[in-house]
Design a protein around this ligand. Structure first.
Ligand code: PEP
Ligand code: MN
Length: 347
C-alpha cells in the first residue's frame, strides 16, 4: 500500500474505446508497484488517479499500457477534489434528493431549532414549497458565549420528528467530535460550519463517516484553503462533500458579509464537487436574500441553503435574515425559475 501521506500524483486518462479489462490491467500494475489507484468512470471517459511515491509511479511505463490515452501530473495542491480526478460532476444523493450537475439543491429551514412547533411549522412550509432538504441548527457556534447556544440533543429529537413528518433529509451542524454519534443518528448531511472550516481534527472525523458533508467556507478563508479543507475530508475516504460559499469578511459593511459569487465560478472550474451558496448569512437581512439567491443560481451554483422561520421577529438567532415561513413558497418559485433558466431542476 501507498504510505498514508501519499497524494495522487498522476492522472491516467483511458481512451474512449478502452475496455474495463484494460482499466483493470492498469490498476493491477499500479497496485503491484505499491501504489493505490482510484478509478472514476464518467459518461465520456474513465480516469485513474494514481496515488503513490513519485519515483514508484515514474518507474511504470504507464503511457504504453493498452487503452491508456494520456498521463498527466496533478499539479494542484488538492488532488481528490480536483475537477480532473472525476470526469463528471459529483451528484450528492440522499433519500432520492439530489444536489449537483442538473439538480439544484434548495436546502431550507430555521437557523436554529428553538422549539418543536417552530421547527415543524417551518419544515412543513419548506416541504410544501418543494425544498430538497431541511436545515436546522442543534449545536450553534455563536460569537458570544452569552447568546443562545442551541438546544443540543433535544433539538436533534425535534429534527428527527420533522424528517418523519415531511420526509425531508436533515442537514445539521457538527460542532464537536464528541457529538458525532448523536448527530449521525439524525443528520442525513453533516454540516461543518464556517468557523470550523480549518478544524482539521473535525474534518478528519467527518472524513470517516458514511454520510455527506456540507462544508462551509470560512469567513477569512481563500478558495484554495476551502478546497484543501475538503481534501482533508476526502483523504479519509469520504468524497461526498458539498461546498458552500457563505460570504467573507471584507471592508464592505453594507451586507453582513461579502458574498463572493466569483468564488462559485472558480470552484466550478477547480472541483467536481457541488457548490452551493448561503445567501442568508451573507445578506444578514431578508430583503437581500432573494436577489443573492437568484444571483447564486445565475452564476452556476448547485443550490442554496437558506433560513426561514414562522415568526422571524421572535427568532432567538438571525431573525433579521430569516424568511417568514408563509412567504417561503413564493421565494422558492422565484429561485426555481432562475435555476430552470440555467437548465437545472430542484433536486
Ligand atoms: C449556519 O448555517 O447555521 C451557520 C452558523 O453558518 P456559518 O457557519 O456559515 O456562519
Ligand atoms: Mn443562522
Amino acid at each position: 500500500m501507498a504510505s498514508n501521506n501519499a497524494s495522487p500524483e498522476l492522472l491516467i486518462v483511458m481512451g474512449a474505446g478502452a475496455t474495463p479489462d484494460q482499466t483493470e490491467h492498469v490498476v493491477a500494475r499500479l497496485q503491484e508497484a505499491g501504489a493505490d489507484a482510484r478509478v472514476s468512470r464518467g459518461r465520456e471517459a474513465t480516469v485513474i488517479g494514481a496515488i503513490g511515491a513519485r519515483d514508484t509511479l515514474a518507474s511504470l511505463p504507464l503511457e504504453g499500457y493498452p487503452g491508456v490515452d494520456r498521463v498527466l501530473p496533478i499539479l494542484k495542491p488538492y488532488k481528490l477534489v480536483a475537477r480532473e480526478l472525476a470526469p463528471d460532476p459529483t451528484v450528492i444523493e440522499v433519500h432520492g434528493r439530489r444536489i449537483g450537475d442538473g439538480y439544484f439543491g434548495l436546502v431550507a429551514g430555521p437557523c436554529t431549532v428553538e422549539y418543536r412547533e417552530q421547527t415543524l411549522e417551518t419544515a412543513r412550509a419548506v416541504a410544501d414549497a418543494g425544498a430538497t432538504m431541511l436545515r436546522g441548527g442543534a449545536f450553534k457556534p455563536r460569537t458570544s458565549p452569552y447568546t443562545f447556544q442551541g438546544l443540543g440533543l433535544d433539538a436533534l429529537e425535534v429534527l428527527r420528528e420533522a424528517r418523519e413528518e415531511t420526509g425531508l433529509p436533515i442537514v445539521t451542524e457538527l460542532l464537536d467530535p464528541r457529538h458525532v454519534e448523536e448527530v449521525l443518528e439524525v443528520a442525513d448531511v453533516v454540516q461543518i460550519g464556517a468557523r470550523n472550516m480549518q478544524n482539521f481534527l473535525l474534518l478528519a472525523e467527518v472524513g470517516r463517516i458514511d454520510k455527506p458533508v456540507l462544508l462551509k467556507r470560512g469567513p477569512s478563508a481563500s478558495v484554495e484553503e476551502l478546497l484543501m479543507a475538503a481534501e482533508y475530508v476526502a483523504k479519509e475516504g469520504n468524497e461526498r462533500i458539498i461546498l458552500c460559499e457563505r460570504g467573507i469578511k471584507t471592508f464592505e459593511r453594507s451586507l453582513r458579509y461579502t458574498l463572493d459569487l466569483g468564488s462559485v465560478a472558480v470552484l466550478k472550474e477547480e472541483t467536481h464537487l457541488p457548490v452551493i451558496v448561503d445567501p442568508s448569512h451573507a445578506a444578514g437581512r431578508r430583503a437581500l436574500v432573494l436577489p443573492l439567491a437568484r444571483a447564486a443560481a445565475a452564476v452556476g451554483a448547485d443550490g442554496i441553503i437558506v433560513e426561514a422561520h414562522p415568526r422571524p421577529e421572535e427568532a432567538l438567532c438571525d431573525g433579521p435574515q430569516q424568511i417568514p415561513a408563509d412567504e417561503f413558497g413564493a421565494f422558492a418559485r422565484e429561485v426555481a425559475d432562475l435555476a430552470a433558466l440555467m437548465g437545472k431542476q430542484i433536486g
